[in-house]
Ligand binder design. Sequence first.
Ligand SMILES: [Zn+2]
Length: 283
Amino acid sequence: MLKSLYFCEACRKQLPDVSEIHYVEENSDRGFCSDKCIMDFYRPFLQVLEKEEAEFRKLLDIEQEDPFLEVTSSQNYLQQALKRPQEIWVVTNDLDQSFYTHILKIQHKQQSLYFILICSYVEGDPAFVFYRMATQHIELVEKYRRDDVYKGESSQQSVSARVPSEVFESVEFKKSKLLAEMLTDRSPHDIALEDFVNYEQFFQQTLEDPDEVFEKLDDESDTIHTYIKSFKLGDESFFYVVVGLLYESEDPMIIPIISFPSVDKKMYPQYAQGQKVINKLRN
Ligand SMILES: [Zn+2]
């Protein structure tokens, strides 16, 4: 009996089975029964990080950047910041708890911005995001470049987030090409570009649970995966497309190039091209 006596760290409910325990920290035996309990438990962390940001801003005389809330709440940017940030900074405290700060540079509405998130890792991958913010001020970004360890190109530790910069360059190149194509093919009656932001919630669902995935080689002989999933929003039916580069490494990953919603059935055959791969990247 004692051998299988586990309790949720937040609500203290007994957990009958060790497989039902959720962990969000490495080197920690803190386990939780649900996402809600995780949130409850880590809320004080969030509050401290909020206060820290306010102090940084005060010190640097930078006001809150409310217009960037749409950036901070974007699933698309969040995924990029988790999976392909330019910088990862790690701070480990005396209890061996590590906090990872990811910094992603983005172009948002013709503006250069930084998306910053602070998270924990489990088994080499981000597990729980304590905090996120966006700013255009490099002085503020500088405050988040914590000084413990900089996981640059030379780091030996395997983090799937680290992808060589030439791959990013190639993705940027493909992006401008694919975007131009998509805009040329787009019907004026299709979902307007400025409304894309309302569809970002479907980005992750499309990647995680696609109806179809197609694989093909592009002009540069790189492997491209196109994820397509159809949705219904009210009485509107549409499909969501994510075109990504398959980055082959020990831990293969898809680096999204472009993503968009469409109601135009004529768009579908243009993207449903190549060999159909079923469940290849899913468990
Ligand atoms: Zn609980």
